[in-house]
Design a protein around this ligand. Structure first.
Ligand code: ADP
Ligand code: ASP
Ligand code: MG
Length: 443
């Protein structure tokens, strides 16, 4: 069996969904299909949660436009009245939930997830109905019935054992179908509350399913030909990478390349499942193949960037010649449950980056009890990624000569040997990314 995941732009409208059907109609093997919400719908649902939170009556209008978009697709795909009934019912239910939340005057992460889940629930039901109407031997399974998670709403972690049991049971009872379809991104807790897996999480759903069923391959269908040397929307000269290693792909995802969700790769690595990233709108074109190969070439493969990062410089001369400075610093971040991304240290100073600013002022206050603290907001981590680059002395030299004159706030070689990251101010980052891309990939 293979697993094929189609992202938001691949199912954005009736024309795109027809294209998905064309791709699937060529499949001879049994296929588990995972779909995202229509492009832009998760953003719209998030806007609705904010309007509800602010008791802003415009939420009614946004709910209208949410459903209008789905009714239009249903009409364009000429689906039967059952699907219209399903939409009527879902809309009624959605309005009741929204009204109740406004009355309650509070919106918890649990209710945010209930609202967000509508994107994938609606898209998967519509695409299921369409494929069935086109003669596909297909069955629908609600993601909440198979993807079991913890109760960390809005960014839930999959409970692999429970999920495995659910998927096995589901397939045991439905083995005859050639196709199965579910919505990505959504799951539920063991006691049945709806959860989501974090933005971009449909990739993760697909990879979990692929891992549980030991799929022959996992296909991630998106709106670009595959993984490229940089985000092609940002660097038009970005080139397709026909082969990348699992390590390179996951490092790129972690350091900002949103073509794959950072958690996607791990379940696939564990089961050694080949992953392909392909373009829904150029299905016969070249694509990216992600494998476990470990390139002997010490070469930069890609540039990734992560925006909205804050640098904190912590300097404590009192700590000279004593021990325990690092541990004191990290206890502060642990206390305020703030994840630290990059770190570089000397005996009496530490520079680090964080993204979550919820407790920034408390963190700074606590650090100031034993050190001088400088905070630089609006920074960007720019990473050069490729297997073995840490051992390539030339890489550092090329990076610094390419961006000569730009103020680099932090340097990190990463604990792995495949990432060389620098941190620069937001004002400089476009220039830095373009210069580095030119240096490594446009010569
Ligand atoms: P989907 O909805 O299919 O999941 P996403 O928008 O999440 O698609 O991911 C695809 C997008 O990722 C591309 O349109 C591209 O702008 C962006 N992207 C960022 N970095 C890269 C990269 N290195 N290679 C390819 N695409 C990238
Ligand atoms: N629809 C969700 C999002 O936009 C999940 C996904 O598309 O992967 O984040
Ligand atoms: Mg995505």
């Amino acid at each position: 069996m293979i697993v094929a995941k189609f992202g938001g732009t691949s199912v954005a409208n009736a024309i795109a969904i027809e294209q998905v059907k064309n791709i699937l109609s060529k499949k001879e093997k049994k296929t588990f299909v995972v779909v995202s919400a229509f492009a832009g719908v998760t953003d719209l649902l998030l806007r609705i949660t904010n309007l509800i939170k602010n008791k802003d009556k415009n939420y009614h209008q946004e709910i209208e436009s949410l459903f209008k978009r789905h009714y239009e697709v249903v009409e364009q795909l000429r689906l039967n009245p059952n699907v219209v009934n399903f939409l009527d019912q879902s809309k009624h239910e959605f309005q009741m939930i929204a009204n109740a939340l406004v009355v309650l005057g509070e919106i918890t992460p649990r209710s945010v997830d209930l609202i967000l889940s509508y994107g994938e629930i609606l898209s998967s039901q519509i695409i299921y109905a369409y494929l069935k109407s086109q003669g596909f031997d297909i069955n629908f399974v609600d993601p909440r019935a198979i993807i079991k998670t913890d109760a960390n709403f809005t960014c839930a972690e999959v409970d692999v054992v429970a999920t495995e049991t659910q998927i096995r049971n589901y397939l045991a009872g439905n083995s005859a179908f050639q196709f199965h379809i579910t919505g990505g991104f959504v799951g539920s807790t063991l006691d049945g509350f709806t959860t989501t897996l974090g933005r971009g999480g449909s990739d993760y759903s697909a990879s979990i399913i692929a891992s549980v069923i030991s799929a022959e391959e996992l296909e991630i269908w998106t709106d670009v030909d595959g993984i490229m040397t940089c985000d092609p929307n940002f660097v038009p000269n970005a080139k397709l990478l026909e082969q990348v290693s699992y390590k390179e792909a996951s490092e790129m995802a972690i350091f900002g390349a949103k073509v794959l969700h950072p958690k996607t790769i791990y379940p696939a690595i564990k089961k050694k499942i080949p992953v392909f990233v392909k373009n829904t709108f150029n299905p016969e074109g070249k694509c990216t193949f992600i494998t476990s190969y470990n390139s002997k070439e010490k070469k930069a493969k890609a540039i990734a960037f992560r925006k909205n990062v804050t640098v904190i410089n912590i300097i404590s001369s009192q700590m000279l010649g004593t021990y325990g400075f690092l541990s004191k610093v990290f206890k502060v971040f642990e206390k305020f449950e703030t994840e630290v991304d990059l770190v570089s240290t000397s005996e009496v100073s530490i520079s680090l980056t964080i993204e979550n600013l919820a407790f920034l002022s408390k963190i700074v206050k606590a650090l100031k009890e034993f050190s001088d603290v400088e905070v630089i907001q609006k920074c960007v981590i720019v990473s050069v990624i490729g297997e073995g680059i840490k051992n390539s002395t030339k890489v550092a030299k090329r990076i610094f000569s390419a961006i000569d004159g730009i103020n680099v706030l932090m340097v990190s070689m990463g604990a792995s040997d495949i990432n060389f990251s620098i941190v620069v101010r937001e004002n400089d980052f476009e220039k830095v990314v373009k210069l580095l891309h030119k240096e490594f990939f446009e010569q």
